[in-house]
Design a binder for this molecule. Structure first.
Ligand code: MRU
Length: 365
């Protein structure tokens, strides 16, 4: 998507064909900064410390991390050690495992001197595939937004609520939840987005608002507790969120707070859709509440907030009494029964075993 008129992806191979460049998302929305990753350790740090984040982008960065590792040392031992190091960065997004497994399956049968080139080629392909997948999610989701807009008599505003950032910054390009919104906006539908701020790291306020603004999409940032009130008053036509892991039965695990929005949507008859790429589906599990590991992050993300002062400096301040304990659960699971539909690159289906199996017959068990 465009940043001040210039098209960007979130990750790309540097001009020398060796290093990997990323947009450092910890600096947004205040500074747009491109950072170069030189080795696998840097790729692991970038994922763990959330310079890059979002399930599909985590997978793409891990694929490049394996390529950087092969440039350093293409031995069997390093394939395995690098895969383990990358896998240990963040537990919830299943795309990470998907990408690392795909790279290991490609590399281990090859002779060591063939691994570097093969790894770079596959990492570039994984990124291109992600862009195509997200664009297709956008096309299917556009039809849903169009239908809602038409059913309401084509008002001058169709309101979509989203949580966290599942836009192009969370993927390689387009996004998952936001791809339909970009396509609707580009098609002339007057879409307006309610952007949940998404404490504790504020991916909504910092990233979703930034990227929607850069593309010219109307939006309003709200605190995380507002969605229920808006839905009670008919101010939300539909919700669309992303997911970091979707079970074979259609449970979705996404940024903490997503579940509460789904409950409010259910109570108010507001359609609740989830956009997801195929690699986000974990075919090995059905029950998300029981089986998905929920990342717990440093409590400093809860006890402190970062922002820009009136003087223009970016500063971090403490917001709780010294010594108050805090907890930082990063994701929650929305059971399939609260999800109106899953928007995938293969079409829209019910959040159920049958729905997903209908779209992915070769992968469903
Ligand atoms: O902790 P994050 O910022 O990586 O969490 C991201 C989300 O929860 C997104 O909604 C999810 O990855 C889906 S993104 C396409």
């Amino acid at each position: 998507m465009n940043v001040d008129g210039k098209p960007y992806r979130t990750i790309w191979l540097a001009d020398d064909g060796r290093g990997v460049e990323i947009i450092d998302q910890t600096k947004l929305p205040f500074t747009f900064e491109v950072t170069r990753l030189e080795d696998c350790a840097a790729a692991a740090t970038a994922i763990r410390d959330m310079w890059v984040r979002g399930a599909p982008l985590i997978g793409a960065t891990a694929a490049y991390g394996m390529a950087l590792a092969m440039r350093e040392d293409p031995s069997d031992e390093n394939v395995t050690a690098s895969a383990q190091a990358l896998m240990a960065t963040r537990p919830t997004a299943v795309n990470l495992r998907w990408a690392v497994d795909a790279m290991q399956a490609l590399l281990l049968p090859l002779a060591p001197n063939a691994r570097e080139q093969a790894a770079y080629i596959r990492a570039v392909e994984i990124c291109d595939e992600d862009v195509a997948i997200c664009s297709s999610i956008g096309d299917y989701g556009l039809s849903l937004i169009h239908n809602v807009w038409e059913a309401r008599g084509k008002p001058d505003r169709v309101n979509v609520l989203t949580h966290c950032n599942a836009g192009w910054l969370a993927t390689v390009d387009w996004g998952t939840a936001l791809a339909p919104i970009y396509k609707a906006h580009d098609a002339g539908i007057p879409v307006h987005v309610w952007v949940d701020e998404t404490r504790p790291r504020n991916q909504g306020a910092s990233l979703t608002a930034w990227e929607l603004g850069k593309h010219g999409v109307a939006h309003t940032v709200i605190v995380d507790n507002v969605g229920g009130h808006l839905m009670q008053h008919g101010m939300v036509d539909m919700c669309i969120t992303g997911t970091d892991r979707t079970t074979a039965a259609g449970d979705v695990c996404n940024k903490i707070g997503t579940y509460l929005k789904a409950l409010a949507a259910h109570d108010n008859g507001v359609p609740f859709y989830v956009g997801l790429p195929g690699p986000t589906i974990d075919w090995t599990i059905d029950d998300g509440v029981r089986d998905i590991p929920i990342e717990q992050r440093d409590t400093v993300e809860v006890t402190h907030m970062t922002g820009r002062t009136a003087g223009g400096d970016v500063e971090t301040v403490e917001i709780v009494p010294a010594g108050s304990p805090a907890a930082n659960f990063a994701f929650d699971v929305t059971p399939a029964r609260f999800v109106t539909g899953l928007i995938t690159e293969r079409g829209v289906c019910s959040a159920s075993k049958d729905g997903l199996a209908g779209l992915y017959p070769a992968l469903a068990g």
